[in-house]
Unconditional design. Sequence first.
Lengths: 208, 208
Amino acid sequence: MSLRHALLAVLTAEPMTGYDLVKQFDGSVAYVWSAPNSQIYPELRRMERDGLLDVRVLPRGDRAEKRMYAINDAGLAELHRWLRDPTTYAAERDPYRLRAAHFEFSTYEDARQQLTAHVRHFTNALNNWEQLLSDVRNRRVPLLRRRLEERPEAEHEAIVAFRLFAFQGEVDKAKFEIAWAERGLTMIDDLERRNVPLWGAGEAGQAG
Amino acid sequence: MSLRHALLAVLTAEPMTGYDLVKQFDGSVAYVWSAPNSQIYPELRRMERDGLLDVRVLPRGDRAEKRMYAINDAGLAELHRWLRDPTTYAAERDPYRLRAAHFEFSTYEDARQQLTAHVRHFTNALNNWEQLLSDVRNRRVPLLRRRLEERPEAEHEAIVAFRLFAFQGEVDKAKFEIAWAERGLTMIDDLERRNVPLWGAGEAGQAG
DNA sequence: GTAGTCATGTAAGAGGTTACATGATTAG
DNA sequence: CTAATCATGTAACCTCTTACATGACTAC
């Protein structure tokens, strides 16, 4: 139930509306945990029902209303509990490695396409991550700034350090994916140059 | 819809019952894609309905029956399509990095616990992976052996090479997770030695 | 006879995706 | 007046988890 904890964590910075949270989950938060508004609004209602959030219903303009959510003591306790309880590790389910393990049913051309797209995707991710890392280092992330304003100076170093640690992990993960795909491309070139045959798409794939 | 494609891929080795497939997904296949029997049996029925599998209903003993599934041309075509079509990359959702980014709400002791458990989990995974890697190199994996028997010698090198490529990726991923967590442990030791304070669990976490 | 394995499912619920739906407010 | 943004949802569907359920066959 990580969405709930991601929401609690964001709300420790300051009270927000669902709309504000949706924007956070489209922005910097999305790099670790993304969620669409169709998931966020109902979850906020459930968290309110479960007593983790306090809500103030505020007017907007003459007719409309908005709901301002704030984390309360029960919400903070839940956040602490999440960080204390042992992680349960999900069963392995890796679509990229699953696919690559079966490139024999593909062609060299298609396999190359897959891996170059992989490199492209994670190169792009890497750039975003490195930008975020530099923004965190320079305290240029709005959410982080507001969080730091709430806490005493002495804590700032740890708050920033943990974020850098997590985001550096994402950077390294992207680098790993790029290096892996590039090793695959080298391997494919080698196999193809030596005319090692594949099952390919030709043999029995015409039906259906 | 990767479960479907994982099932198709396994069935290229030889026809199997649902029970056989369940065992595969508890064994070597589980290292890339795991699935419980409650997911496998209904999916096989749907794949049969969609014309991707041929089924022979065989007697077992006097009273009971079993269903032997075989991939057909439509199933092979679907497998080729899966390998040809561009991958859609899922939105980022990384529970480990999400948690680590918020260790400020924890204590040094609890954060250390989390990271040592992380090291333990992925060290164990790494051992399993390296064993599998060595088994693939020596053709000691039953499913792989049967697959190779079905295909001409000339293809064997590529079949094995793609599996090694994929499984080496999992090995490297486990190594990355271990290295990441160990960097975190070093960082935590450093912060604690220098008495950098955390929000911790003490300040307002008693409620709930 | 009984324990282990073979064999096949159902059901409730959590979490996530995609698409649709509605309307108010504000800046130009 | 019109476009962008603010604001909040619903609904259908898919995937996966957890737990339960049933019974036949086989080796001892």
